[in-house]
Design a protein around this ligand. Structure first.
Ligand code: CP
Ligand code: NVA
Length: 309
């Protein structure tokens, strides 16, 4: 019998809408069980290797705690302390690491690195953030929207700020789930559809004025002005992005029931006003918590396939 190709989660569009709907169903079940302190250990004796080339709080903690809660184990590898940091080829590292563990999560710079790793891996590989994409974040964000406001299909998401990894992933999600993204970036920081990995331009619209992008939106979201790896541009970005701060005025022109999201970490007074992120429309803490629950469903799916119960 021909062997099934290994399923990876390297960018959002690697999964179909139907697969995400399965993950959301499983997330609900796994989350509820966890809240009731009911043990669920389907990943006993399974191990996840987590390779970090950039800093992290949420991603590390949610994957590590998630594996533990599912009965398995997680091993944290910092590139600096491994042979990867001393020039061992990514392909060789993938061959070796994937013979010792059951899944690998990588946070690194170029998307190409996770793609090369995956193409030499015997086990599923998960993108824990690259310069281009952050699929696990939008998995949690969509689940959070579903919990608070229902299905996202046909809704409008306003993205204010940098057309970065998180923005690109929102744009891919819009194609998968059929919703619209209103993007407003400063000049020179516009969406690059090819880099974003988009099929077309039907699911987003660019706005020069961030206020216009937020008008009638169901969800307003933003992210840091300077992402990890781009620190050298910090000063130039500070100036370019000064008018791209999500403030109370922007939330006022959005729909009255609009929610505010931020992947975190946030910089109050830069990309978001404190009154917004700490205000009644903000769902950022639920969003962060859902990294845990959605990724547990993702790990279950990648390691065990479709669990139905
Ligand atoms: N949102 C997110 O990925 O956070 P960390 O950088 O803390 O992992
Ligand atoms: N865009 C940010 C997200 C951090 C979770 C970064 O890449 O630094």
């Amino acid at each position: 019998m021909a062997q099934q190709p290994i399923k990876h989660f390297l960018q959002f569009k690697d999964f179909s809408r139907e697969e995400f709907e399965h993950l959301f169903r499983r997330t609900g079940i796994i989350k509820e069980r966890f809240k009731r302190y009911q043990p669920y250990h389907p990943l006993a004796d399974r191990t996840l290797a987590m390779i970090f080339e950039k800093s992290s709080t949420r991603t590390r903690l949610s994957f590590e705690a998630g594996m533990h809660q599912l009965g398995g184990a997680a091993i944290y590898l910092n590139t600096r302390d491994t042979q990867l940091g001393r020039g061992e080829p990514v392909e060789d590292a993938a061959e070796v690491i994937s013979r010792m563990v059951d899944a690998v999560m990588i946070r690194t710079f170029d998307q190409e690195i996770v793609e090369r790793f995956a193409s030499h891996s015997r086990v599923p590989v998960i993108n824990g953030l690259t310069n281009e994409y952050h699929p696990c974040q939008i998995l949690a964000d969509l689940y959070t929207f579903l919990e608070h406001r229902g299905p996202i299909r046909g809704r409008t998401v306003a993205w204010v700020g940098d057309s970065n990894n998180v923005c690109n992933t929102w744009l891919q999600a819009a194609e998968v789930f059929d919703f619209n993204v209103h993007v407003s970036t400063p000049p020179g920081y516009e969406v690059e559809p090819e880099r974003a990995g988009l099929y077309g331009t039907d699911h987003y619209e660019q706005f020069a004025d961030p206020m216009e992008a937020c008008r009638d939106a169901d969800l307003v979201t933003t992210d840091v002005w300077t992402s990890m790896g781009f620190e050298a541009e910090n000063e130039a970005r500070r100036q370019a992005f000064a008018d791209w701060q999500v403030d109370a005025e922007m939330m006022r022109v959005a729909r009255p029931d609009a929610v505010f999201m931020h992947c975190l970490p946030a910089h109050r007074g830069e990309e978001v006003e404190a009154a917004v992120i700490d205000g009644p429309q903000s769902v950022v803490w639920d969003e962060a918590e859902n990294r845990l629950h959605t990724q547990k469903a993702l790990l279950e799916y990648l390691l065990l396939g479709r669990v139905e119960e």
